[in-house]
Write a protein that binds this ligand. Structure first.
Ligand code: GAL
Length: 655
């Protein structure tokens, strides 16, 4: 992939061949070719067929199928097959089944029923991965290794005794002495002191609020435990073929910065809800994250639904325009392929009502016509592969801070990082500002604006880096409840907002969170906007007050501030401003930082020499640009109709 496979914009999906016989495989291979499929994901749920009895491997049927597909010119994204352990495995190793915080052992009969720390599970997956690698590692069809499937989809943590032991090992490696653990976890509180590591358990169901640092470490450990499963399998795969595991968009429980560093290519499974009229904005945000996880390297949309899913309470299908724009949107934001769950609709099982590239109605269906049409259209975008985007604006995403923010017993339990970032992303999306997500360790100097909708956990090292970023001319915008605790969830001394006090040029005397049903008015640059979730009693220092509360007990007090420092500025927003309030504020910040907004009315993104214009609205949109539209194969007209798109190669119109 990436590099090796320039000029193939991949198209395809998951194929679950064990649900069908060889006759159907042959029909499928021919139909895949008709649809322009370039790559198929195979073997994701094949374990019980690949290893029907312990250590007895039957890979011949899969070899035949891979040959068949390759004979039709179709490459394979080969799963290691370890996402759903067979019945014989769980009966022989019942302690490998996962256990919930309440002590319930989850039974066989769905999928992902494994304890991430189970040595038997890890050993069995390593053996299967090894067999797969031995048999298929040098097959020319195998272009990508797909380890397991959606780590953390159903089971993100396990509370069994084996996990507890693994947690203790993880803690001992981190703290070395139990005294260090006691200090860091603040165990003098409520008499929680431990005499030895052996006394420590996972944060199981508890009578009251748990120890926050223990819970934060538990989140870190649980992400690492699954990552260890990934590493165990990865170690068995041959060098040369790129390796991925499919992510689940902006997922809370896994620290994807750490994960992506161990992949060759990032891949994502994206399921925007067709019933949500704003789902494409959330999808854009998720795709920006996928592009960012390996520093702008092209990624793969490895799963999306061709139409409806089967797991929401009401599963609304996609319109043709939603499908097409959603697919092009992933490419616009860095994907080098559009793949689906799944190729052929299942006849039986939990997902039989999920849409597929080849629906139950077969080739007579509208769904099939769409599959063929989009496959053709995608070939026109082959030259876009490998092209990269650049951004002036970054958003800091730190899983440690996200996890810490959502712990119990905070001034408000209503704060959800993903909702905060989504609220900030919306107005920027509307202005067609390209956003990179960055980890706290990133070099920020290339960005004119850095946004941190929330940075509850801010280390002193990060605060120092933010200070030099601003002093060097950067614009930092940060939201409420930021700067407050260190990496152990200990409050920074000296008052709020902790290590961001000097940078923001203010003091917060007291947090004044808002009940869910109680918005507040904020006056900002002559307009009045609504604020929700939060307020602070701000005592301004060196900062300039840009906006003030216009209602409630804090009426007249500062709500939005700006503190000049060096040649940059640090902006602070103490409430969740409404969409229009944020649009107004960000407009000011961007103007001051010299970041141009794109034309509004359509989603417009740049990827290398290509400009994507996606019109999600009901009216035609004029976006005048000289160039050639890859989708129509003709000079770009300058107007994109409702539900339509253009992919414009810069340069002369008549190529
Ligand atoms: C994904 C999963 C697939 C399939 C799909 C249905 O989360 O990886 O195996 O279940 O959802 O939407």
């Amino acid at each position: 992939m990436s590099g090796r496979e320039r000029n193939v914009m991949h198209y395809g999906g998951d194929y679950n061949p064990e649900q069908w016989g060889p006759e159907v495989w042959r029909e499928d291979a021919a139909l895949m070719r008709e649809a322009g499929v370039t790559m198929i994901t195979l073997g994701v749920f094949s374990w019980s067929r690949l290893e029907p009895r312990e250590s007895e491997y039957e890979l011949g049927w899969l070899a035949g199928l891979i040959d068949l597909l390759w004979g039709h010119g179709i490459a394979v994204d080969l799963a290691t097959g370890t996402a759903s352990p067979p019945a014989w495995f769980v009966r022989k190793y019942p302690h490998a089944l996962p256990v919930t915080a309440e002590g319930v052992r989850l039974e066989f009969g769905s999928r992902q029923h494994y304890c991430p720390s189970s040595p038997e599970f890890r050993a069995a997956t390593a053996r299967l991965a090894r067999e797969m690698a031995k048999r298929f590692g040098s097959h020319p069809a195998v272009r990508l290794w797909h380890i397991s499937n959606e780590y953390g989809d159903h089971v993100t943590e396990c509370f069994c005794p084996v996990s507890a032991e693994d947690f203790r090992r993880w803690l001992a490696a981190k703290y070395e002495t139990v005294e260090a653990l006691n200090f860091t976890w603040g165990t003098e509180f409520w008499s929680q002191r431990y005499g030895s590591f052996a006394e420590v358990e996972p944060p199981r169901a508890l009578p009251g609020p748990g120890n926050p640092t223990q819970q934060l470490d538990w989140r870190r450990f649980s992400s690492d435990a699954l990552l260890a499963c990934y590493r165990t399998e990865r170690a068995e795969l041959p060098a040369g073929v790129p390796v991925t595991t499919n992510f689940m968009s902006m997922m809370r429980d896994l620290d994807y910065w750490k994960w992506a560093a161990e992949e060759d290519i990032v891949s994502d499974d994206a399921y925007p809800d067709p019933a949500d009229p704003l789902a494409h904005i959330t999808a854009a945000m998720n795709y920006d994250l996928m592009r960012s996880l390996r520093g702008g390297q092209p990624w793969l949309l490895l799963e999306q639904a061709p139409s409806a899913v089967s797991w929401r309470s009401v599963n609304v299908p996609k319109t043709d325009a939603q499908y097409r724009l959603g697919s092009l949107q992933a490419i616009a934001r860095g994907a080098d392929g559009v793949m689906h769950f799944q190729w052929r609709a299942s006849k039986a099982g939990a997902e039989k009502w999920h849409s597929a590239m080849l629906p139950h109605g077969g080739t007579a269906s509208r769904g099939w016509a769409r599959t063929v049409a989009f496959g053709r259209e995608l070939t026109r975008l082959a030259e876009v592969t490998g092209a990269r985007s650049t951004a002036d604006v970054a958003i800091i995403l730190d899983w440690d801070s996200w996890w810490a923010l959502e712990l119990e017993e905070h001034p408000s339990q209503l704060l959800r990082w993903r909702e905060l970032v989504r609220a900030w992303y919306g107005p920027l999306w509307e202005k067609n500002i390209t956003i990179d997500f960055v980890p706290v360790t990133a070099d920020l100097t290339g960005y004119r604006v850095v946004l941190a909708p929330n940075l509850y956990l801010t280390t002193t090292a990060l605060a120092a880096r933010l200070e030099s970023y601003v002093a060097g001319g950067g614009h930092l915008v940060t939201g409420f409840f930021s700067g407050l605790v260190d990496e152990h969830d200990h409050v920074h001394p000296g008052g709020y907002p902790g290590v961001l006090r000097d940078l923001l040029g203010l003091r917060i005397d007291e947090f004044w969170p808002l009940p869910a049903s109680e918005p507040v008015q904020v006056e900002l640059a002559g307009s009045v906007y609504t604020g929700t979730l939060w307020r602070d009693w701000i005592v301004p220092g060196t900062c300039e007050v840009l906006g003030s509360y216009a209602s409630g007990v804090l009426r007249g007090r500062p709500a939005v501030t700006r503190n000049a420092s060096g040649s940059g500025a640090a902006w602070y927003v103490s409430t969740l401003l409404s969409h229009s309030g944020l649009a107004d504020l960000f407009g000011r910040v961007l103007a001051e930082a010299g970041v141009p907004s794109g034309p509004a009315g359509a989603e417009i993104t740049r990827r290398g020499d290509y400009t994507f214009v996606l019109n999600h609205g009901d009216e035609p949109v004029a976006v005048p640009l000289p160039g050639f539209d890859l989708l129509t194969g003709a000079a770009y007209t300058g107007v994109v109709g409702p539900g339509d798109a253009a992919v414009i190669r810069a340069g002369h119109a008549d190529e």
